[in-house]
Design a protein around this ligand. Structure first.
Ligand code: F0G
Length: 439
């Protein structure tokens, strides 16, 4: 990405960084010309839909049924799949109404096998690691990557090493990594510190790094873009809104949409906008202060622990996608995230806190007049609501936000918070509550 030099797959170094220090991106030489290796769009669309009916697990996977778009394996028998992808595209009618918009949808990547969008990239990168005969895989994580990696490694019969910032990840995610048999090390540092330590480990031990600097992760993680287009009959939304942490997901989806257009599968690309939490906003600052030329790491702080990241690895890729697609960058407060999360819950869908920055960000973009009522918008929801139940319960009990945080959203909290009612086990008492709630 930095010096524009190209290397063959076999020459990739274990830290997935070029000598210039920047990240790699996978490119497919056959796609550049008009040669016979360039895939045929109509044939592909037909084939990809047809595969969903197949008896083969790899054909049904929402990642590998698009395998012509990610020819990264030498042998398809290397595929390690948990039936990832094929996630729903939900309408959010109540949120759309509130925002005065015609059509608002959510692509729910939390509906993946381990409950987050990471599975799409993990099946790709772990299958490559298996093909290369690694015994160990490793990642630093705010939780979801570790859960996903541990599950796929277990399926493949490989060992996994997880570095987590101690006390700063949601229990659901930690429980998953433990249950899937990972070696879980909780380091006395933050996510960015875990990344630094792991870089040192990878230099000295034969482990395959599965953080999103691994370019094969991005290849899998671009497939939700294909699914969105397929779910919209090969149209694309006007606008896609993505949460920003380490900034791999925005990069991956941008790559997916741009490649689809280049291959003639779709006619255009959506704007791709990235939303960060105010306390973990290095990209927002980089865009505002330097136009995306430089990024100063920040000390990250947010209750949306998945995106508590101060020094995002893929920021250059994200800047390129935002520029190329005409997207925006915005930040949202803790209270705005909490309210948006409850609103997505009240649609019967739910998501984890980091995903809710998308709806909170959309509200801001609407207020700023950056999009019209008719624009079709898709929010990318990254994690399942069960990932972080503590956050949800604290919110509904009124224990999550401080008073100064709550004040600007007091009205919303009044209608959204649903605490439980403790009472005697008597029919009359239950009926009284039922009547009160119906009023
Ligand atoms: N949403 C969720 C639920 C996440 O877990 C993450 C990142 C993001 C959004 C941000 O995506 O990093 O590609 O910009 N989680 C990572 C992890 C870093 O370790 O699980 P990004």
């Amino acid at each position: 990405m930095g010096c524009a030099s190209e290397i063959a797959q076999e020459a990739l170094r274990g830290n997935f960084r070029c000598a210039c220090g920047d990240l790699y991106e996978v490119t497919y030489p056959g796609w550049s010309g008009a040669g016979h290796t360039r895939p045929n769009p109509s044939a592909l669309r037909w084939l990809w839909r047809e595969r969903r009916m197949s008896g083969e697990a790899a054909d049904r996977s929402g990642v590998w049924r698009f395998r012509e778009m990610l020819p990264i394996l030498k042998d398809e028998r290397s595929i390690v799949s948990l039936g990832e992808g094929n996630t729903p595209l939900f309408e959010l009618p109540r949120s759309a109404d509130r925002l005065g918009m015609t059509l608002l949808r959510a692509k729910h990547q939390g509906m993946n096998p381990t409950g987050s969008f990471k599975d799409a990239g993990m099946t790709a990168a772990l299958s490559v690691a298996k093909e290369r005969r690694f015994a160990w895989v490793a990642c630093a994580s705010t939780g979801n990557t570790s859960a996903s990696m541990a599950a796929y490694a277990a399926r493949a019969g490989m060992r996994s090493l997880v570095l987590l910032p101690e006390g700063r990840i949601a229990w659901g995610k930690l429980a998953q990594a433990m249950d899937y048999g990972a070696l879980v090390l909780q380091l006395k540092t933050d996510f960015d510190g875990c990344v630094r330590v792991l870089a040192g480990v990878v230099e000295r031990a034969p482990v395959c790094l599965l953080n999103s600097v691994n370019p094969y992760r991005i290849e899998g993680q671009k497939t939700p873009a294909l699914e969105i287009a397929e779910q919209m009959e090969w149209e694309v939304p006007d606008h896609l809104i993505v949460p920003g942490g380490n900034l791999a997901n925005s990069s991956a989806l941008g790559k997916g949409f741009l490649e689809m257009k280049r291959l003639g599968l779709t006619a255009r690309v959506p704007r791709i906008s990235v939303i960060q939490a105010e306390g973990a906003n290095p990209l927002v600052r980089a865009m505002r202060e330097t136009g995306g030329e430089r990024l100063e790491p920040v000390e990250a702080q947010t209750r949306a622990s998945a995106i508590r990241i101060g020094n995002p690895a893929s920021w250059r890729k994200a800047v390129q996608v935002i520029r190329e697609t005409g997207g925006f960058v915005e930040q949202v407060s803790e209270a705005e995230i909490a309210v948006a999360k409850a609103e997505i819950g009240a649609e019967g869908i739910g998501c984890e806190p980091a995903s809710a920055v998308t709806l909170a960000g959309l509200k801001k973009l609407r207020q700023q007049g950056k999009m019209t009522a008719e624009e079709s918008v898709v929010l990318l929801l990254t994690g399942h609501t069960l990932k972080d139940s503590d956050y949800t319960i604290q919110f509904h009990r009124g224990d999550l936000l401080t008073e100064p945080e709550s004040a600007p959203v007091a009205a919303e909290l009044g209608t959204l918070c649903r605490n439980t009612v403790e009472m005697e086990a008597r029919v009359d008492d239950v009926l009284r509550e039922l009547e009160r709630a119906g009023r």
